[in-house]
Design a protein around this ligand. Structure first.
Ligand code: COA
Length: 283
């Protein structure tokens, strides 16, 4: 787009970034953008035109895998190439830092935009909200800092890369709603909840496949720790046990996004162990 330039997002741009993402009601707060900048200080971008921020996107890198999110262009400037310019700058940056695989969760109507940039379809990600009564949680306790090494290894098996930096931040931010399920000295699952207003956003939530009861215990533990039964989260449509869980609890499907991949088909992890993403923009 003529007169538009892509540059790094810094702390001064957070207000403008929130104003843009609010147009889609994505609910980003200052703390969310600060967290994204802490994780990838060089990896978040804006498009500026006539001294005004008119586009934003964020990236978060884990090993050779990056997640891309919060992609938006000001409505009056859409269709003029700003989105493409911003995406190409981000992809060039990621490639230059050694990233081999980029993933994102695309709104269904934005799929052609990403396909034109070389992204391929993987699987659907579903967002749910719900509220249910709970029972007793067995074998679940708050995270201890000395869990983090083992937890990052456990998480990488299912997520596909090492998210230690994100887990460290969550351990600081939400210590009382970051829960671990352990049995006979081994980690079987974990969940981080981020309570805000009347509801609690869940994610990441990771459980070894075949251990549905561990997921139930973590969920019950979270509702008790968060002090609210209203939850929201997004998870992979390929996790059959998760689909059964939301069906049994009568949770409501809010929308679907499509997981897409650019670059090498690496860091696939095992989505059968993923119950909630760390956030649509962070994987
Ligand atoms: C999606 C979005 C970021 C695209 O930005 P943009 O500046 O309008 O896109 P561009 O003008 O750079 O388009 C680049 C190419 O994608 C195509 N394209 C863009 N949006 C498209 C859509 N919704 N459907 C089909 N093609 C689309 C353009 O035609 C163009 O094709 P070309 O390269 O062959 O000319 C912008 O429309 C937006 O902010 N949408 C609302 C928020 C949103 O949905 N974000 C994505 C969340 S996953």
């Amino acid at each position: 787009m003529e007169g538009a330039k892509v540059r790094r997002l810094d702390e001064h741009d957070i207000g403008a970034a929130i104003a843009l993402t609010n147009l889609e009601n994505w609910g980003y707060t200052r703390a969310d953008f600060v967290r994204l900048l802490t994780l990838s200080p060089e990896g978040c971008f804006v498009v500026e035109a006539n001294g005004r921020v008119v586009g934003v996107l964020t990236t978060t890198t884990y090993d050779g895998l990056a997640f891309l999110g919060a992609v938006i262009v000001s409505p009056e400037l859409r269709g003029k190439g700003a989105g493409k310019q911003m995406m190409e700058t981000a992809l060039d940056y990621l490639r230059s830092t050694g990233v081999r695989t980029v993933r994102l969760n695309a709104y269904l109507n934005a799929i052609p935009f990403y396909e034109r940039l070389g992204f391929q379809r993987e699987y659907e990600v579903i967002r749910w909200t719900g509220s249910t009564a709970t029972g007793r949680a067995r074998g679940v306790r708050p995270l201890r800092l000395d869990d983090l090494d083992g937890l990052a290894r456990f998480d990488a098996t299912y997520f596909g890369a090492n998210r230690r930096a994100l887990l460290d931040l969550l351990a600081e931010e939400v210590p009382s709603t970051f829960l671990v399920a352990e049995s006979r000295g081994s980690i079987r699952g974990f969940l981080a909840g981020n309570p805000g207003g009347d509801s609690c956003e869940i994610g990441p939530w990771v459980v070894a496949p075949g251990r549905g009861s561990v997921s139930q215990d973590l969920y019950r533990g979270l509702v008790a720790a968060a002090g609210t039964a209203d939850v929201a989260f997004s998870g992979p449509s390929t996790n059959e046990a998760l689909l059964e869980f939301v069906r049994n609890r009568g949770f409501e499907e809010v929308f679907r996004a499509l997981r897409m991949r650019w670059g090498a088909d690496e860091f696939a992890g095992d989505p059968r162990g993923v119950w909630a993403l760390g956030g649509l923009e962070k994987g």
